[in-house]
Design a protein around this ligand. Structure first.
Ligand code: KIV
Length: 270
């Protein structure tokens, strides 16, 4: 190993950070140049999100994104990265059966360079998570608002506000951890519920619109750089405001997540 190559972040680092109460940061990336900036700014986890369907390809949802799309962008990100752990989304309907999930997770890792696979859902996904984990494939399970189910969930809405739905989400989190999930991601979940899940499971919990008590935060890069057209989601923040460069904006995001100043109350849901 060359002397100036940074030490690569592993799942063990992230687990240790949770244990020590130290927040870690995650941002989406879809190309090599932005990835290099994120890496140099100290972002620990980079997500090749299927949000690329919306921010790169111009679709109105993530549903049209294919395995080929994910692999193409994952390869570009993998080339730009030296230190951060690389997480890649399983696109819509790419893991409905165990065999299919194993084949597609293998492709994301072997062809795309993924080090952890993120998939939306619980329930029927438990069997898939169990099998992936049994085969040594790291998994992050995405709960709460699941953009691939936008049509079923009736839009981009906060999830888990009713007592029964909240109880079900805690139970799903516990079941996913027991099935072998290595991380959880909670999207648009009331802050108290996200805090309860974060305390309940031993694995790291990443939040987006899920309050400040999660172990880590993730946002869509184009949202924080104010590139995304239209209204920015309430849980996000324009980090370009007051920053002299993209590099400074990303640095400010990292600093605010680590100090616990982002997210603030106006970014949470009750
Ligand atoms: O695809 C994506 O960018 C995501 C984030 C919203 C967490 O899943």
């Amino acid at each position: 190993m060359s002397a100036d190559k940074p030490v690569a972040i592993t799942l063990n680092h992230l687990r240790k950070m949770k244990l020590q109460g130290e927040k870690f940061t995650c941002l989406t990336a879809y190309d090599a140049s932005f990835t290099q900036l994120l890496d140099e700014s100290g972002v620990e986890l980079i997500l090749v999100g299927d949000s690329l369907g919306m921010v790169i390809q111009g679709h109105s949802t993530t549903v049209p994104v294919s395995m080929e799309d994910m692999i193409y962008h994952s390869c570009a990100v993998a080339r730009g990265r030296q230190r951060a752990l690389l997480m890649v989304d399983m696109p819509f309907m790419a893991c409905t059966l165990v065999e299919q999930a194993l084949v597609n997770a293998t492709r994301l890792m072997q062809e795309g360079g993924a080090e952890i696979i993120k998939l939306e859902g619980s329930g029927v996904q438990l069997e898939i998570v169990t099998e992936l984990a049994r085969r040594g494939i790291p998994v992050c399970a995405h709960l709460g608002l699941q953009p691939q189910s936008v049509h079923k969930q009736g839009g981009y809405r906060v999830q888990g506000r009713e007592a029964e739905a909240a109880r079900a989400m805690v139970a799903s989190a516990v079941a996913l951890e027991a099935a072998g999930a290595d991380m959880l991601l909670l999207e648009c979940v009331p802050t108290a519920l996200a805090a309860e899940i974060t305390r309940t499971v031993a694995i790291p919990v990443i939040g987006i619109g899920a309050g400040v008590e999660c172990d880590a935060q993730v946002l869509v890069l184009y949202d924080i750089l104010a590139i995304t057209p239209g209204k920015r989601p309430r849980f996000s923040k324009d980090f370009m405001e007051g920053a002299g460069s993209v590099r400074e904006a990303i640095g400010n995001y990292v600093a605010e997540v680590k100090s616990g100043t982002f997210p603030a109350k106006q970014h949470w849901f009750e």
